[in-house]
Design a protein around this ligand. Structure first.
Ligand code: HEC
Length: 264
């Protein structure tokens, strides 16, 4: 009896603590609302859900968007060209993609640095030599490396999509400083990145619509892969584990029945 009461009061404490925590979190939600809209669109991506996989065509298009647009400002330091095999490219195609950039290597036997075409084993080339140069080229704001951006932000793929499609006229009375832009998804609604995409900016060869929302979806898919190349493997493993557990539970049930058969 006493034990039960103890349990009851423990339960009450738990309920009270969680209620208090919830009450605490509500004002902060309001506070961020009062700063402006924070509009994150929920995009249906193929890699969502327990059985989700990457759409290879979308990954390839996303790579195009990254290479032709984003790579002018954002690095992708954790991805090597040879990793692109996962997107369905052959080693020869990857050699061509890597060979498109010129990288600084060295020192050679004479102690000098030299330039050479990129190789599949190189990481994606960064647009700026260092953060200072990046800031100087972008009005003081450093374009962040995009290798892990979808993991670093809540609902990362939706976030990237929403930033890219979230540019709008600033609402009446909101003043945006020179070189900054109003964006519905950005925290505080002000971003230093000029709208990087426009309809028709990247030519797709597979007939996919060449519009901003499509570019945004493809590049968000590509960046999710960059941050989580093992996502498909992880999900398949999860399914296997669940299957195994089901079979295992069945076996254990049969064993239990066998053992207790004679006891009545
Ligand atoms: C002309 C340079 C430039 C180009 C091109 C560009 N960006 Fe940016 N981007 C920036 C800068 C600068 C910032 C930092 C903005 C800030 O802090 O206000 C930024 C910020 C971002 C952010 C927000 C990061 C955060 O902190 O939450 C995302 C996401 C992003 N860029 C994605 C992209 C993608 C995807 C592309 C290609 C479609 C792209 N950018 C093209 C300069 C650029």
């Amino acid at each position: 009896m006493k034990k039960n009461m103890e349990k009851n009061s423990m339960f009450k404490k738990l309920v009270l603590t969680s209620a208090a925590l919830m009450a605490l979190s509500v004002p902060s939600a309001n506070a961020s609302e009062s700063k402006g809209v924070h509009e994150i669109v929920d995009v249906p991506f193929s890699f969502e859900g327990p059985l989700g996989t990457y759409d290879k065509a979308s990954l390839q298009r996303g790579l195009m968007v990254y290479r032709q647009v984003c790579s002018a400002c954002h690095s992708l330091k954790r991805v090597a060209y040879r990793n692109l095999e996962a997107l369905g490219y052959t080693p020869d195609q990857i050699k061509t993609i890597a060979g498109d950039v010129t990288v600084m290597d060295g020192p050679n036997d004479e102690g000098e640095m030299f330039e050479r075409p990129g190789r599949p084993s190189d990481r994606f080339k960064s647009p700026f030599a260092n953060d200072k140069a990046a800031a100087a080229g972008n009005g003081g704001a450093v374009p962040p490396d995009l290798s892990l951006i979808t993991k670093a932000r809540h609902n990362g793929a939706d976030y990237v999509y929403s930033i890219l499609t979230g540019y709008a006229e600033a609402p009446h009375g909101v003043v945006i400083a020179e070189g900054k832009h109003y964006n519905k998804a950005m925290d505080g609604n002000v971003i230093a990145m000029a709208p990087p995409l426009s309809d028709g900016a990247v030519s797709y060869e597979d007939g996919t619509p060449q519009i901003v929302s499509q570019y945004a979806k493809d590049v968000a898919t590509f960046l999710t892969w960059a941050a989580e190349p093992e996502l498909e493997h992880r999900k398949q493993m999860g399914v296997k584990v669940i299957l195994f557990l089901c079979v295992f539970a069945g076996i254990m049930y049969a064993v239990k029945r066998q053992i207790w058969k004679k006891v009545h």
